[in-house]
Design a protein around this ligand. Structure first.
Ligand code: SF4
Length: 298
């Protein structure tokens, strides 16, 4: 793996040039910010300290994070706050739908914190958000980026029954590193989630399944390729790969910065392995340029 090896303790000061994001101020950024604030919504863009926030918000897009901003898990890579969650807000589905309309989104990504405190893991809340958007405009492509729901079939089915177009569940990393990188999630459980989503989508039009991994956590090339093979084996069609960035010193260190050329190569390999759409690059995140992929499901 031809990556820039770094001393983890110094990584913040030694981010390579391709990681640094500098964008001029853009009025659309501020109108997106104001709209999200007006409607009292959370975004993973902010909560996860995404490096693309300037770019995406300046283009008038964002990824909504439903079911609160307090997560019941404490993954080693994630900046979202771990705390006892508050009750679900009954009017949140309507507020998300209103934001989608006002932002004129043609493709929306909805994610959520892991709600292990709820019996259904928040699956019905996801379904209500999907339904609220569809009621406003049934032509909008709805992508859900869901937690693992402990691979509970009824939760997966609940979300699918609402009729999203893309079912995204991230593997986050390779199998060996999963116990370190993710708190409660298990590699094989996540594969099972994607397999079941594919099997359960019996609405006649099927569903596209999507997943993503972060690189730079110490994984090896054979492990990356094995993860690609495992995803293809469960029918996953879309893959995202991006550089892991440490949100705070309390999170896992960056082990290496993968070069843009190496990301390109991994993208090529993933396409050869049969993924229909691949986004691979240092700043790629699950929802980065998500609308570039137009699923053929309708
Ligand atoms: S890549 Fe996704 S999470 Fe990051 S700013 Fe863009 S929409 Fe938000």
């Amino acid at each position: 793996m031809s990556c820039a090896k770094i001393d983890p303790a110094l990584h913040q000061a030694h981010k390579p040039s391709w990681i640094k994001v500098r964008l001029p101020s853009n009025p659309v950024f501020f109108s997106t910010k104001a709209l999200i604030s007006d409607l009292r919504l959370h975004t993973v863009c902010e909560s996860a300290q995404c490096p693309n926030r300037w770019e995406c918000w300046s283009q008038g897009t964002a990824t909504f994070m439903i079911a609160g901003d307090r997560c019941t898990r404490a993954c080693g890579f994630c900046a979202v706050t771990t705390a006892k969650p508050l009750a679900l807000e009954e009017d949140e589905p309507q507020r998300v739908a209103e934001a989608v309309m006002r932002m004129k989104l043609k493709h929306v990504v909805i994610t959520a914190v892991a709600r292990d405190d709820l019996k259904d893991g928040g699956a019905h809340h996801f379904a209500r958000v999907i339904t609220a958007i569809q009621k406003m405009d049934s032509s909008i492509i709805i992508e859900v980026l869901v937690p693992d729901f402990h691979a509970d079939d009824s939760c997966i089915q609940t979300v699918l029954d609402a009729g999203p177009d893309i079912y995204n569940h991230n593997m986050e990393t390779v199998e060996r590193l999963t116990p370190v990188v993710r708190s409660r999630a298990k590699y094989r459980t996540s594969l099972q989630v994607l397999r079941r989503a594919k099997q359960f989508s019996s609405r006649g039009r099927g569903i596209v399944t999507k997943s993503g991994i972060m690189l730079g956590l110490g994984e090896t090339e054979p492990e990356i390729f094995q993860t690609m093979d495992d995803l293809r084996e469960v029918g996953c069609q879309v893959l995202t790969m991006g550089q892991y960035l440490r949100p705070t010193p309390n999170h896992l260190p960056v082990v290496e910065f993968v070069t843009p050329e190496q990301f390109d190569l991994y993208g090529e390999i993933a396409r050869k392995k049969g993924f229909e759409h691949v986004a691979s690059g240092p700043l790629v995140r699950s929802s980065y340029h998500a609308a570039d992929f137009h699923p053929v499901v309708r």
